[in-house]
Design a protein around this ligand. Sequence first.
Ligand code: AVJ
Ligand code: FE
Length: 439
Amino acid sequence: NTTVDAVALRGRLESMLVRSRARTLALTRCLDEDGLREQVSPLMSPLVWDLAHIGNQEELWLVRDVGGRDAVHPEIDDLYDAFRHARSTRPGLDLLSPDEARTYVDTVRALSLDALQRCTFDESRLVENGFVFAMVAQHEQQHDETMLATHQLRTGDAVLEAPDAPRAQLPPAHDVEVIVPGGAFEMGSSDDPWALDNERPAHSVEVPTFAIDAAPVTNGEYLQFIADGGYDREELWTERGWAHRTEAGLTAPQFWSQDDDGVWWRRVFGRAKQIRAAQPVVHVSWFEADAYARWAGKRLPTEAEWEKAARFDPASGLSRRNPWGDDDADERHANLGQRHLEPADVGAYPEGASPLGVEQLMGDVWEWTSSDFEPYPGFEMFPYPEYSEVFFGGDYKVLRGGSFGTDQTAVRATFRNWDHPIRRQIFAGFRCARDVGHR
Ligand code: AVJ
Ligand code: FE
């Protein structure tokens, strides 16, 4: 019954939009006007830019395109076009004030909910299965994670609160690896209705047998790399990595410091926390992850290896949508959704394991892979080139799996994120893999 289906779909999309907005407002309510206008790093926008940009993207797609209405504020499109103004120049723009931005996003939201009520999901490919509404909700969630990274970069008093992430029952089992049997598997998706263009289409990929760590690399393991001179041993780094490590003076993950007694601390959303050995390491660049893997006698997994470890079910030969099955994550499966503002201990999510027994692939930390961000065979840009197409062939490495800052509706085991190999303000960590030869 298509009418009932449309009603159910509208309900799901509306709750996705409402949930995203609650998070956006929570991330911007806790600072005053100066705080929202402040640029805490040239890598980030002022939070008030993100807020109005979220509204502007929503207006372009849901109000003007789907809703067929005139522009709410045509003169601001240029200000909030991410491709017209580099992040570092955004504070100098004549931006909407925080109050104006809030009014703007409210106005837009009322009009997009009206468009949702009137949509029958068969008018165009854009609205089929509610795609464009889900795309806009995912866009907002992506910016919510970016805004969370801005919060982490802020200095000054803590303004965000969350309960500690789950602690593991058992001490982390170091060096536990899973053998992923060689052979073809289905990578990417053609039928997930809300998968974004770069995740498509599904295609078969031959992956030779390899071993992958059952868990992300922990702070405790990373401390051994530091103690063993990992940052000072050129042979562990690629040429570019070593040049960057030298120029940037890297000695530890971002936000780490060691006190006079040799104890390691990290700054977490304005609070000093002692390093927890069992937590996955976060805020490392691709170059650091790559050097660590070489030190450990391993390597980073390719993107295909990561996805096969996450999705391949040897019993059926099929690929799942997520490690635990086809459903979205809930709090039993993964540390997602900004419920906790830190990674959870390794071992905290046994129910989130993949069929092969690989854990914590989703949530906690984005995981760097060895792969460059490139289109899949048969890629078709949809619906706009600036989401992913313009980044193909650039200096970007793929990250997988989402972090504690990623919403569960904005990530799945096919989801592809990307960033420059020097970046570490994102919530990025990694796990290692290695060849196991012929079997
Ligand atoms: C997919 C996280 C790389 O933040 O640059 C937000 C998401 N695209 N607005 C980014 C995005 C347009 C994008 N990443
Ligand atoms: Fe954006």
